[in-house]
Structures are given as C-alpha cells and as structure tokens.
Design a protein around this ligand. Structure first.
Ligand code: 5GP
Ligand code: ZN
Length: 113
C-alpha cells in the first residue's frame, strides 16, 4: 500500500526502532510509548486490522501470533504484559495497517477501556 505509514516503516522508507523481524512480521517501538515497553507488531503484508486477519496466509497468521511471546521474552516481560489491537473507529484505530500493541514493564490498569 503506497500511502500506508506502517508499510513505509516495514520497507525502511521511514526509520523505526526495530525490536523483532521474521519472514512475515516486523516489530518496532511505538513513537509515543504508553508504558516502559510499548512495541508495535505488524504483518509485512498489508491488511487493515484484526477484522481482516484471515486475509493473511496461514503461515503469516501463525507467525504473527507466535511473535508476541518471542517479543515478550526478548523484552523480559516475565511479570506479564498486555496485548491490544485497535480495530476501527470505535476503538480509535489511527493507523490502518494491522498492528498489535505489546505493552509492559509496569502494572497495568485493571480497566482495559
Ligand atoms: P492505533 O491508535 O492505530 O491503535 O495505534 C497507532 C500507534 O502508532 C500509536 O500508538 C502511535 O503512537 C504509533 N505511531 C504513529 N506514527 C508512528 C511512527 O511514525 N512511528 C512509530 N514508531 N509509531 C508511530
Ligand atoms: Zn500497510
């Protein structure tokens, strides 16, 4: 997608602080972190959000979900972490390339919304 911010980050056209990469996924630090660890995990193939995750090939879906635990271990989030993916306007999704927020490094609020 020519006009997609995260596609540009994946291509390296816009710089990012890389945390993890494999054949199907890329992960980088959020520019405006909401917690001591705030990583954005994205599939390299453009899909808009979680409502479209089934459009990814099966291997890419598997890699995406498997990457969450790998990143959490790499970031030493052994005390826990939160995974969030905003989907659509009610969830305030601001970048329309599927991304999974991985948040940790502090006690999270009990309320998620
Ligand atoms: P959303 O609101 O769509 O769930 O999350 C988008 C996230 O992307 C936000 O947390 C925002 O801080 C992050 N973000 C927006 N632009 C950039 C950027 O250019 N670089 C990085 N690393 N993160 C960005
Ligand atoms: Zn994209």
């Amino acid at each position: 997608m020519d006009n997609c911010l995260f596609c540009k980050i994946i291509k390296g056209d816009i710089p990012s602080a890389k945390v993890y990469e494999d054949e199907y996924c890329y992960a980088f630090r959020d520019i405006n972190p909401q917690a001591p660890v705030h990583v954005l995990l994205v599939p390299k193939m453009h899909v808009a959000n979680m409502a479209e995750v089934s459009l990814l090939p099966q291997d890419a879906q598997t890699a995406l979900f498997a990457a969450i635990g790998k990143i959490a271990a790499q970031e030493k989030l052994e005390n826990g972490f939160r995974v969030v993916s905003n989907c659509g306007p009610d969830a305030c999704q601001s970048v329309h390339h599927l991304h999974i927020h991985i948040l940790g490094g502090r006690q999270m609020a009990e309320s998620m919304a």
